[in-house]
Ligand binder design. Structure first.
Ligand code: NAP
Length: 299
């Protein structure tokens, strides 16, 4: 079967082998340098990652770079981003930009979406009131208004160029009257995530919505990209991927969410679909694109 690829493929890599078995001893020598395009701004596919310093976002950035993409990582805290991404910060394949998604005018002025081939949004805040809600950074402004602003900015700044917008959302967005989502949605987080999803789905931008359950693995702190890439879920790497909003997994590894987000960019099987995602005991797809294709096909 010929596979259509909606994005210009990353220019360098030969096909990657699956993630190594965590039970086998790891090599002690440093990981080889990532496969990088010779001229990232003309040859590489450029992916905008928002929420790049968060638990899923940091893994998405690392995995995109490892796969040969050029990344523009959006943060509200440059120091935090530089601490996470180490020596690759502001290197030829990783550009750090500052933006707050709640401010539509600033987003328009920033031009952060200019020239992007794809977007991965990992933004979010807490479901219940916390310090992270300060300055009106609760679910409505983050998961709905922020995402809607970003969709508008993509349409305005990269018309026709952005071929995929991957949105990390949540299970339960279509089941808010059922337990346990009724409780989780007490302050509206699922309602606003759903509104963010709909803003994306109604736009003309091709999308993939990922709906994980309770997240495990990460966030990781004070690392660099090579260290982030070594993170594993141990023996709980099997993935359940189901279209719609019917799956209620016990947990979802952030590592699997990041692998899924990166893999989804390379296949039309993931285009304009929303998936619940869970992880459990067993072997999983890791970063093997062929294994993810099978999961998208059977979802
Ligand atoms: N935690 C769970 O169990 C769970 C379950 C299901 C779904 N999810 C969803 O999965 C996604 C990833 O979760 P996570 O725990 O990995 O994320 P996280 O660590 O909470 O990171 C969230 C990211 O969003 C950024 N952000 C928040 N408000 C922003 C704004 N106004 N403008 C720009 N960036 C903003 C944060 O940046 P700052 O550091 O600057 O705040 C941070 O980088 C989120 O959408 C989350 O809601 C989580």
């Amino acid at each position: 079967m010929t596979r259509a690829c909606p994005l210009p493929p990353p220019p360098t890599p030969p096909r990657r082998s699956p993630r190594p078995d965590p039970c086998r001893p790891r090599r002690l020598n440093p990981r080889p340098a990532p496969r990088v395009p010779a001229d990232p701004f003309t040859q590489g596919s450029k992916v905008l990652v928002v929420g790049s310093t968060g638990g899923v976002g940091q893994l998405v950035v690392a995995k995109l770079l490892d796969a040969g993409y050029v990344v523009r990582a959006v943060t509200r805290d440059l120091d935090a981003a530089r601490g996470l991404f180490g020596s690759q910060s502001d290197g030829p394949n990783l550009e750090l930009r500052v933006a707050d998604l709640r401010d539509a005018d600033a987003l328009a002025a920033s031009g952060i979406c200019v020239g992007v081939d794809a977007v991965v949004s990992c933004v979010g805040t807490t479901a219940f009131p916390s310090a992270r809600w300060r300055d009106d950074n609760g679910p409505e402004r983050t998961d709905f208004v922020g995402v809607r602003n970003l969709v508008n900015a993509v349409e305005a700044q990269s018309p026709g160029r952005c071929k995929r917008f991957v949105l990390v959302s949540s299970i339960g967005v279509e089941r808010t009257s059922q337990m346990p989502f009724l409780i989780l949605n007490l302050f509206g987080v699922l309602k606003h995530k759903r509104a963010g999803e709909l803003a994306l789905m109604k736009s003309g931008v091709p999308f993939t919505v990922l709906r994980p359950g309770r997240l495990t693995d990460g966030p990781y702190t004070s690392y660099d990209i090579n260290t982030l890439l070594k993170a594993t879920s141990g023996t709980r790497r099997a993935v359940d991927l189901v279209e719609g909003d019917t799956l209620t997994p016990e947990e979802t590894s952030r590592i699997a969410v990041a692998d899924c987000a990166v893999a989804s960019l390379g296949t039309q099987l993931a285009e304009n679909r929303a998936f619940c995602l869970g992880t459990r005991e067993g072997t999983g797809p890791g970063n093997d694109e062929g294994e993810w294709e099978k999961l998208f096909a059977s979802a």
